[in-house]
Design a protein around this ligand. Structure first.
Ligand SMILES: *Cc1c(COP(=O)(O)O)cnc(C)c1O
Length: 817
């Protein structure tokens, strides 16, 4: 039905009427979305089944990517794109009187993630399928995704994100594949044939029911699977233990408590919360995912010693670390293997990605909590720790402090990062700088203990979604200019370098940027009634709100620019629009205050006729994947201004680079690698380097107060945080922010980097005045952005960590036949 336009139109008409039971003329955009989505699902279904069959027969090694987050966004557009029918369908729908963009907007974003970590998992799924690897996702089907953000009187208000309200055309519920997951109870041991057998008694059993989402690759017939798990009660209402008086209500209460396991995504990014329900979620995913994977493995009828040859289990940060003890448990208690063999298999199967060194993000679970909720798993972790510490003692005799620092269990806490390192064969950081910091500082003793285990895999982004789908005009220009090979070989974008001096090419790029700015401005006006000047510089910072990401530095600078214009109204500046988008964790007070400050500043500036033509500030509500796809292609300046050493990689930076924005950034995360490629001339680098920050943290020599007092501009904006007018709505409104900067000595060096930031912003303005030069720099960036495609990243994971190769072409052909 997707073979040609006329056939598609015919099938579409029939399905629309057939499925909806109403005449064509009465169809709404939502109906069109549902029917089109259903048609794609159907189309994909055959290849999906064939792929699974081919995997089974070919016995290819399978990778399973465990992640508590998959921030996939919408699927309609990317599926059409990957199936190679996007343009055809857009045309066909147009001829039937529908606008594809409007149809796409009917889809609710699948917001099953917080930010970069979850989006990375989604980009990896795209690349795995597009490169022909057998790689799948294992996640949780949260009933509520990341909250929906509303701004009310300048404050963030969180609304529940019931993303499934209108149904989900992509998923397939697979009740026949459900598995049991056990919590609580107590462990009993007995001897059987001379060995100790462990059995958990009186456990609470819940069902894990999988929902499968097909993952369609670009230019590949095979279809991989994202399997997300939902918790359901396993109680039988007839025979179950809850009977007698009030039994029905207790039954319902019980169901609700079970379903709470997969009820919502924790909205804390880069922040650890030791909540029991979160631990339940983690174990639920690990246990359900593993059981279903091992069931597939058993169909191969191979001994477990060959598990590492057929299966790779990857854990996205420490959140799914329980995969390690859970695999041990199943291998020993269910499959009857001994400890040494089980440990050997486990540590040859599991690999781990570290995403952060922020201390507040490092997971540690209280031993007592784990002991109660997961009694058998806790025994296994304690045994892993015991054996590991014994090995350390042998290696480092008498060095008790060192051993304490390296232990998995310490001070009645289980350090998940240590368990993940000890229990896996590969530990990777997510950018060169981050990996270096892991090896040389944060995890130095582990690197010395296991020198071959640490490696770098710089993050990447699905360039088809972030370029071809988000910025179709730019993609078409590339096709025309350098051909279409970059779509599957993103490094070939380097051919664009030849056009960095081509004025007519530059003009076309400028026209595309302008048209993307107009598109964004229209949406902003429709949603928030703010008019943007599309000839101004669009200076954009969109990402989660966090102290280390330093939205505060950005807004203090905006306040300073405003002050300058008020002092000197005739100042010659290039008009600028500062665009923010960020969700704050609901319990993160300073982050929420920062949102309020940005909105106050926006309100004051946008109302002030004196600065009207020169300065505008907008905070865009509810930053999400689909909003990112709209904003990023319209950006001129990409703000990547984290405190050096704090942003492990960043992926927003890559999306902007690929869409022709110039980066204003610190030498942090992947910015360092961008800088190495494009050089000083093509990036606006400012601020302290990691080493300087380190030195300050070490010797405690930094005085925020002194820094503030020695800079007139800073004194002025700091006063404005607490004094009446122009940005506060009541006295001392931003006292907490002020205190964090002055009394608590500015943990993230906002004040220290302020002067350098201001200077660099002036420099940006100078360069922007020369459009040809600005665009030349943008071209250099776009040409080098191919390295940051997740295709490249996944090829490195495949070769260096997972040891897998793409599915052979003949298999692809068979799927197609
Ligand atoms: C890419 C992305 C992020 C990560 O952005 P960073 O700037 O790397 O923090 C967060 N949220 C969404 C919706 C994204 O698309």
């Amino acid at each position: 039905m997707f073979s040609n336009k006329e056939a598609f139109k015919q099938a579409f008409r029939e399905q629309l009427v057939g499925r909806l039971g109403k005449p064509m003329q009465e169809a709404q955009a939502e109906d069109v979305y549902k029917v089109l989505g259903g048609m794609i699902r159907e189309q994909v279904g055959k290849n999906w089944a064939e792929t699974n069959q081919a995997y089974k027969e070919g016995q290819e090694k399978q990778v399973y990517y465990f992640s508590l987050e998959f921030l996939i966004g919408r699927l309609l557009g990317s599926n059409l794109l990957n199936l190679g029918v996007l343009d055809m369908v857009r045309q066909a729908l147009g001829e039937l009187g529908w606008d594809l963009e409007e149809i796409e907007e009917q889809e609710t974003d699948a917001g099953l993630g917080n930010g970069g970590l979850g989006r990375l998992a989604a980009c990896f799924m795209d690349s795995l399928a597009s490169l022909g690897y057998a790689g799948h996702g294992c996640g949780i089907r949260y009933k509520y995704g990341l909250f929906e953000q509303r701004i009310v009187d300048g404050n963030q208000v969180e609304l529940p994100d019931y993303w499934l309200q209108k149904g989900n055309v992509w998923e397939e519920r697979r009740p026949d594949k459900k598995v049991e997951v056990q919590f609580w109870g107590h462990v009993e041991t007995r001897e059987e044939d001379g060995r100790l057998v462990f059995e958990t008694q009186d456990a609470e059993t819940v069902w894990a029911v999988p929902y499968d989402i097909p993952l369609v690759g670009y230019g590949h017939a095979q279809v991989n699977t994202l399997r997300i798990w939902s918790a359901e009660s396993a109680l039988d209402p007839v025979r179950g233990p809850i009977r007698g008086e009030g039994g029905y209500y207790r039954f319902l209460d019980y169901n609700r408590s079970v379903e709470s396991i997969s009820a919502f995504l924790y909205p804390d990014d880069s922040n650890y919360e030791g909540k029991l329900l979160r631990l339940k979620q983690q174990y639920f995913l690990c246990s359900a995912g593993l059981q279903s994977i091992l069931r597939t493995f058993e169909k191969l009828r191979l001994p477990y010693s060959q598990l590492p040859d057929k299966i790779a289990l990857h854990i996205n940060d420490t959140h799914p670390t329980l995969v390690i003890p859970e695999l041990m448990r199943i291998l020993m208690d269910v499959k009857g293997l001994g400890w040494d063999e089980a440990w050997d298999i486990t540590t040859r199967t599991v690999s781990y990605t570290n995403h952060t060194i922020l201390s507040e993000a490092l997971e540690q679970w209280p031993v007592n909590m784990v002991r109660e909720l997961l009694p058998r798993v806790s025994l296994i972790i304690e045994e892993i720790n015991k054996r590991y510490c014994a090995m350390l003692l042998e290696r480092y005799p008498g060095q008790d402090i060192k051993i304490g620092e390296m232990a998995i269990i310490h001070g009645e806490q289980i350090r998940m990062a240590h368990l993940a390192i000890v229990g896996s064969y590969s530990v990777n950081g997510v950018a060169a700088l981050h990996t270096q910091i892991l090896k040389e500082r944060e995890m130095k003793p582990f690197h010395e203990l296991y020198p071959g285990r640490f490696n770098n895999k710089t993050n990447g982004i699905a360039h088809r979604r972030w370029l071809m789908h988000a910025n179709p005009e730019l993609a078409s220009l590339y096709d025309e200019t350098i051909g279409t090979r970059w779509r599957t070989r993103p490094r070939e974008l380097i051919d664009l370098l030849r056009y960095s001096g081509d004025e007519s090419f530059k003009e076309r790029l400028q026209a595309i940027k302008r048209s993307n700015k107009v598109r964004l401005a229209e949406q902003v006006f429709a949603k928030q009634s703010v008019r943007l000047d599309t000839s101004s510089i669009f200076d954009v910072q969109v990402k989660r709100l966090h102290g280390y990401k330093r939205q505060l530095l950005n807004i203090l600078h905006v306040m300073h620019v405003y002050n300058q214009l008020k002092h000197n109204p005739s100042l010659d500046v290039v008009p600028r629009t500062f665009i923010f988008g960020a969700k704050a964790a609901p319990g993160y007070y300073l982050a929420k205050q920062t949102i309020k400050l940005i909105n106050n500043v926006a309100d004051t500036i946008n109302r002030d006729v004196d600065v009207r033509d020169k300065l505008k500030v907008v905070f865009l509500e509810n930053y999400s994947v689909s909003l990112a796809e709209l904003i990023i292609p319209a950006a001129d300046v990409s703000e990547q201004i984290s405190t050096a050493g704090k942003e492990a990689s960043g992926t927003g930076n890559m999306k902007f680079m690929m869409n022709g924005a110039l980066t204003l950034g610190t030498l942090d995360g992947a910015n360092v690698e961008m800088h190495e490629m494009v050089g000083d001339d093509n990036m606006f680098i400012f601020g302290m380097k990691v080493d300087q920050i380190e030195a300050y943290y070490r010797d405690g020599q930094y005085s925020a107060r002194k820094t503030a007092n020695s800079d007139e501009r800073l004194r002025e904006v700091l006063d404005q945080l607490v004094n009446d007018a122009p940005f506060t709505r009541h006295e001392r409104e931003f006292e907490a922010i002020y205190q964090s900067l002055i009394d608590h000595n500015d943990e993230y060096f906002v004040l220290k980097d302020f002067a350098a930031y201001v200077d660099t912003q002036v420099h940006i303005e100078q360069v922007y005045r020369n459009p040809s030069e600005w665009t030349r720099r943008a071209i250099v960036n776009m040409a080098h952005a191919g390295k940051f495609s997740s295709d490249c990243t996944i090829q490195q994971y495949a070769a260096d960590i997972w040891n897998i190769v793409p599915l052979q072409n003949d298999v692809n052909k068979r799927i197609l036949s």
